[in-house]
Ligand binder design. Sequence first.
Ligand SMILES: C[S@@+](CC[C@H](N)C(=O)[O-])C[C@H]1O[C@@H](n2cnc3c(N)ncnc32)[C@H](O)[C@@H]1O
Length: 220
Amino acid sequence: MSEHPEQTQLEQLSGQIKDLFDASLQPCALPELDISLYLLEETIEDRQFSPEQVETIWANMPYWAFAWSSGRALARYILDNPQLAAGKRICDFGAGSGIVAIAALKAGARSAWACDIDAMAHVASRQNAQLNGFKLQCCDNIEEAGEVDLIVVGDVLYDTRNHGLAKTLFAKDCEVLWAESRAQTKLSEYPPVAKYQAQTQPNIGGFDEHQFIHIYHHGS
Ligand SMILES: C[S@@+](CC[C@H](N)C(=O)[O-])C[C@H]1O[C@@H](n2cnc3c(N)ncnc32)[C@H](O)[C@@H]1O
């Protein structure tokens, strides 16, 4: 066990970013949320990647190193409506950096889980929570979170394996707040409660088409 486990965890995260992008991981302020996250450095936006590099990046995408537009929008929605999270046990499904869980904790959530299939997202969520003065727990399967009052979801429909997820999550005995830019076909039977415009940070190629976000609230 290292004498400085936090340092070791940050080194693990930075190492993955260095290997994949030859770039660094940096604490980044998102002023509109008053939240800081360890993200892939913003100068990456000026870099050109070959088609082979793009393929490698997408095959190994460290989703946790970005603040995705839907997560940013949902974090904003929760901070605009703190009563939605205050006092609740929440689970951030597809947490990535943990951005939405952190917003819920800022809004007064009693406790938060970061649920993600990527073990590095657990490390990132813990580090990001700590950077903002919070603690959270991590799991790779939502059942491990036990009883929660609110599930928050930001941007998971990019993966076709998640296209049946609405039925599963909406059948649970709790509220669900869900933000997507790709939801028009998959969640269209549920009317959105809000629409936001947000950018993914850092914004590398092709993300602009995902700047218009719909927010859904089930079980309110
Ligand atoms: C596009 S990122 C969004 C991260 C964060 N919510 C945000 O908005 O910045 C999607 C995340 O969902 C995770 N994910 C995808 N499918 C999942 C599943 N079925 N269960 C748990 N996590 C999942 C991925 O590993 C990734 O970290």
